[in-house]
Structure formats: structure tokens, C-alpha cells
Design a protein around this ligand. Sequence first.
Ligand SMILES: C[S@@+](CC[C@H](N)C(=O)[O-])C[C@H]1O[C@@H](n2cnc3c(N)ncnc32)[C@H](O)[C@@H]1O
Length: 544
Amino acid sequence: MPREDNMCHSDGADQRTPLNFIDLFCGCGGFTVGMERAGFKCLAAIDFNAEAVTTMQTNLSHIKHVLHRDLTVYTADELSGLIGTKHVDVIVGGPPCQGFSTARKVDGANHGERLKDDPRRHLYRELLKYVGFFRPKVFVMENVLGIKTAAGGKYFTRVQEEARSLGYRVHGQVEDAWELGVPQKRRRQLIIGTREDLPGYFLPNLKPAPRALPRPLLGAAIGDLPPLGAGKGSNESVYDVNRLIKHMLNTGEPVRNYLFDVLEIDLAKMLTNHASRPHSDRDLRDFARLREGESSATAMRNGIEFEFPYSKDSFKDRYTRQSRFAPCSTIVAHLSKDGLMFIHPTQRRSLTPREAARVQSFPDWFRFPEARTHSFRMIGNAVPPLVAEAVGRAVASYIDKEYQMNNETIHEDSEGIPKDENEALQWLVPLLDLDSRALKRISKDDFFRGWTSILFLYSGLHPDGALERGDISDEIEDIPGISCLEPRLLKPFFKTSGWPVILVPIAEEAWRRFKSGNFKEEDLYCADAQIAGMHFRIGCSERK
Ligand SMILES: C[S@@+](CC[C@H](N)C(=O)[O-])C[C@H]1O[C@@H](n2cnc3c(N)ncnc32)[C@H](O)[C@@H]1O
């Protein structure tokens, strides 16, 4: 069922083979659907939730190993025996987010004074164990934004520290699903690692997949579906073709794009999972009091009285009626509980699993279990396939560039790229200890040379991490060559990013110049300097 692109890489011979990946904590396979659409081949996917695994196996039956296993028990070694290889290009995974979510209200909290230890926060380690074993070119970990602040940022730092110690160049970036063509307000944290021996930088800006138009609205995604009353609909029904045509005529090209290119409704034989949950009469009367796009909090401020019996202060946001003319609120696993924050824009009921799946950009041919609780949970947990596709395309493009760099002449002798450590230090040292005003005054050429010297000396760091503050470590980094020449460059460094504290003002200036247009993207992410440093060090160790 999934459509194949042509993205592949050369394995060194003439033959080009598709890039492969493993999906850990795969849920029902949102990440996998998108990665496959970006041209990757899934070698294996693992989750310990039986319903999610069965759903993935049913929909993506071409994937040989969709395994129902507990990742705290099942080892990478066992998996390699099963898939018959240790060659894995990419590992993706979304360890559970409940341990990081800012929404957690019961049983302690993930932040602040009510912080409680939660074993789910340690599951990233299972992903890193697989990374350590398979040593993929790239790994991508997806999580809620709360991972950055949970437990005072401890886990955000640990993931990156531990991945760096495995030999990965790591950085965090935030992805915005709406910008990538998903009709939903959903921002998530990605932590991306590229193997330190690979040249080039993974560029931070994800671009919408060609099939997607950015910033679609909720109405476009669900307006063709047959209207339902609460508790009505069925798990399998037929499309209302007249309504579909009318919807397309009224709303035009973006709708056609979303329905056919993203949801692939032409590939679905039947309309599935369009069955609404029942609601009490009291809830239904309260729903009717809400205007489109309004929450109960706003309505109460406008003098509307609701019947719900809970505290009007603590639960003022109890209901939200979504709007056809805006992106939907973030679809969350909690939708399995009551759906009151997801009231249909024009009907008196909450969204059906099919509507939630459409808001998450799952294709219509992807079927979910009949039990709504299970389907809502796996839909809300998933990485929207369109987001995963954008991630996959960025990963493929990084790997493709890495391949080219390995096979083409590198312009190491270009102007402004240091030829050895001595020259790098000679260019960099005059910039150390300058304050921001003094750094601003440095000429374009001198600043560029100082910056490329950093990339030359620290090829294992990513410019995107440079402004990440947090705890400082005093341990001494072992950077051969620099140790005897310039001790100021060795410590201290920021634990999250690995960036030496002394270099951060220079990085800030580089970002300032980039944002004001005085530094181009290829200056900020100057791969030639990074590669020159890598080659220089390889040369040194070979000479020893
Ligand atoms: C956020 S969801 C991942 C969703 C998935 N990436 C997708 O796109 O559909 C987290 C998943 O981790 C699974 N999980 C939690 N602990 C696990 C463990 N110890 N072993 C395997 N899977 C686990 C849960 O069952 C859940 O499906």
C-alpha cells in the first residue's frame, strides 16, 4: 500500500539500495508510515502494546518484523539475529512521553515541586542501547516539548550527553506539524544524532513533503465525512460521494490536495472508524452552548452558563468546540478518555477516530481497531505520518550529501578553512574572551576564519546546540592536539550541547550574523571546515 519514492543510497558498489531503518516504541506505526513514504525500508518495528502491534501488522503487512516485545528486555543483539544484519542506516523512536508531559496532573508531576521519579523517563536509554549496538548513520528521537524542562532539563541533557559518548553529533530541534502540512497545532521536540565520523551537518529546517501544503485547516481534513449524531456511525461504512464532491467544489485545491495526496482516500475501499462515542444529555446540551472555535472558558467569560457539575474554576476549559477555519488542537492519547476538548465544529458530538486520524495525517486506508479507547490512544500517541515523512526526507538528504562528500573532492584548501590545528588556533585565539560588542566589530573575514576554526577543532559538535545553556561540566574533554596548545578551550563545557563555555559568545555572534543576513547558511554550517578537521585528525593518527 505505501507509495515508494526513489530515495536510496549507494552501498559503495554501483547498485543503489534503499536506506533502511528500525522503529523503536513504534506504536501503531505513524513514524514508519512517513519514513516509508520518504523512501526508507523498515527492517523491524518494536512495541510492547499488543493492540498497537496488531494494528501495525495488519496495515503494514509487508514489514516482516513488527514485534510485540518489551524493549527493556529484548536486546539489539537478539534483533540483529532475527533481521540477519547489523547494518542499519537509521533508528527512529518515540519513547513514551507521559514522563515528560507538562500536562501531567495526577500522581505527582514532571516538573517543579511535585516532581516524582518516573521509570518511563529512562526508556530513552533502551533506544540508545540499540544505537550503540547498530551504530546507524542517524538516529531520531521524537518527544514532547516537556522533555526539555522535565526534572529541570536533566533528561534532555542526559540523552545528548549519553549519545555524544556513543560517538554521535547531537542536537535538538523543534518541529511544527502545522507548517509541515498537518491540520493541527502540534509542536514536538526532536533529538537528532549523526555519527561523528560522518561529514556534514544535519540542517535544522524541515521542509513539507512535496505532497503537503503547509498550514491546512481542520475543515479541509474532515468536511467530506458523513454527519453523525453522538453514539452513531459504524466501524465500516461507505463514503458519501455527493458530500465529498460538494466539499471539494466549495473549498477547492487545498482540500483536494489533503484528501487525495495526503489521506489517499482513493486507496481506501471503505470509510472506516467513523463512529462517534455517546455523550450524556447534559454534555450534549452544554455542547450546544458553544460557538464554533470556542472553549467553555471563553463562553463563560461571555456570560454563558454551563450545566456541568465540576468546579467552574478548575474545569473552565472542560469543553472546546473546534473550528473548521483553524488547525485542530493537539490530538493527544488522552482523547481516549472523553473527547470533550475535541467537539466537532458543527455537530453535537466529539471527533470520531477517523477524524482524529485524519487530523494526524494518517491515510484513510489505515484501519484502527474497533475499540475506540485503543484507537484514540494509538492515534494520539503517533508521530503524524506527514511529519515523519518530512523527517525522513531530511535524513535521506543528509545521508545523500554525506555520501557525496565522501566521494567528491572536498574543498579543504578553500580560503578561510584552516589547514591544521596550529592555524585554527592562531585564527581562533584572538576571538576568545572578547565581549559581544567587540565580537560585532570583527571583520567579516576574520570572524569567518575564527568560526571555521571552531568547526575544524570540534567537528563532533553541531552549531544548533551552541546556544543551549544549562549545567556546566568541569571534566576535561580529550581533544588531541589542543590539550597542550590552548588549555582554555578544554573546559568547562555545557553538558547538554558539549560546547565549551568560552566559545558560546562566538557562537552567539555567528547566529546573530546569520539572522541578520551577514552570514550565509553555508557559513554557519561550514561542512568544509568540519571535514578538513576530521581529515586532519585522521591524518595525524595515521602518522602516529
Ligand atoms: C509515543 S508512543 C510511540 C508512537 C509511535 N512512534 C508512532 O508514531 O505511532 C510510545 C510507545 O512506546 C510503547 N512502549 C512503552 N514502553 C515500552 C517498552 N518498555 N517496550 C516497548 N514499547 C514500549 C508504548 O506502547 C507506545 O506505543
